[in-house]
Design a protein around this ligand. Structure first.
Ligand code: NAD
Length: 269
């Protein structure tokens, strides 16, 4: 075992920006189901890559074990995900919701005391206005292994991919709220970030898809009036992982340029 380890799960647009912003001075474990770019290694970051499929609990457990063997797991950022134009509803649920539960479970057992994790949710979860109280209670009380068989989760997995995505992301916020207390018993914190439209491969795929015009309208109506950059999300992650957020856990930070504010206050135009 050596020094401090930052684990970034999902080495796409946000994951690479977070690794670049938060990874200097740490050993950075970049984990993804696909190939990981060598860009950060080329910039002298200390990088290890690891193959992981977050929808597979054994794969996530192996990643957590490997990270813990490399050093103190100081920070975990879970960005792996699929969007509704990329995957059918059951895969959206399996990766974005159940996969996040596997990550919270596996890394809750190895995170260093006093340290923190961030999982990426979405403004899509906030646009639904929240889950019914009964669904929220069932999700909060289910272990990762039981989540997929809850009636509300099965219904989402059998439905429209866009609705499944919004459901999954709203449910991720529930998982984070439910995890705050057990993580606190280890002296650790966990929070979510809900990004708006961010200029990554996934964000571009959504803008090019059937909801693209609506997304552009929402961005135009927002307070900031532009899509986000991956580094806008990395800045929020850096804050939530750091000492300035010592009193923040179980929270979901909306980083959307004001899109949800515009929609929910009736100012979409
Ligand atoms: N880009 C946006 O506009 C936007 C908006 C809101 C929320 N989000 C969320 O932000 C997160 C990061 O998205 P991004 O924009 O960086 O997307 P991205 O497509 O650039 O990166 C996602 C990464 O996740 C990996 N991945 C997919 N399935 C996986 C699996 N089963 N196991 C391990 N890795 C897997 C992909 O290979 C990819 O590298 C996602 O959870 C996404 O839902 C994105």
């Amino acid at each position: 075992m050596s020094g401090d380890v930052l684990v970034v799960i999902g080495a796409g647009g946000m994951g690479m920006a977070i690794a670049r912003r938060c990874g200097s001075g740490s050993l950075v474990v970049l984990a993804d189901i696909g190939e990981v770019s060598s860009a950060l290694a080329d910039e002298a970051y200390d990088i290890r890559t690891h193959h992981v499929d977050v929808s597979d609990p054994a794969s996530v457990a192996a990643l957590a074990k490997a990270a813990a063997e490399l050093g103190r797991v100081q920070s975990v950022v879970h960005t792996a995900g699929v969007s509704p134009v990329q995957s059918p509803a059951d895969r959206v649920i399996g990766v974005d919701l159940v996969g996040t539960a596997h990550v919270i479970d596996a890394f809750g057992a190895v995170i260093a005391p006093g340290r923190a994790a961030v999982v990426i949710s979405s403004m899509a979860g906030h646009l639904t206005g929240g889950l019914p109280a009964g669904d929220e209670a069932a999700i909060a009380g289910a272990g990762a292994a039981d989540l997929a068989v809850l009636p509300c989760v099965r219904a989402a997995a059998d439905g429209d991919p866009g609705l499944a995505y919004a459901f999954a992301k709203a449910a991720v916020s529930v998982l984070v709220r439910a995890a705050a207390q057990p993580w606190g018993r280890r002296g650790a914190r966990i929070n979510a970030i809900s990004p708006g439209v961010i200029d990554t491969t996934m964000g571009q795929a959504e803008l090019d898809g059937p909801s693209g015009d609506f997304m552009r309208t929402m961005v135009d109506a927002s307070g900031v009036g532009r899509p986000g950059t991956p580094d806008d999300i990395a800045a929020a992650a850096e804050f939530l992982l750091g000492p300035g957020a010592a009193f923040i856990t179980g929270a979901d930070l909306l980083v959307d340029g004001g899109v949800v504010a515009a929609v929910r206050s009736g100012q979409l135009g």
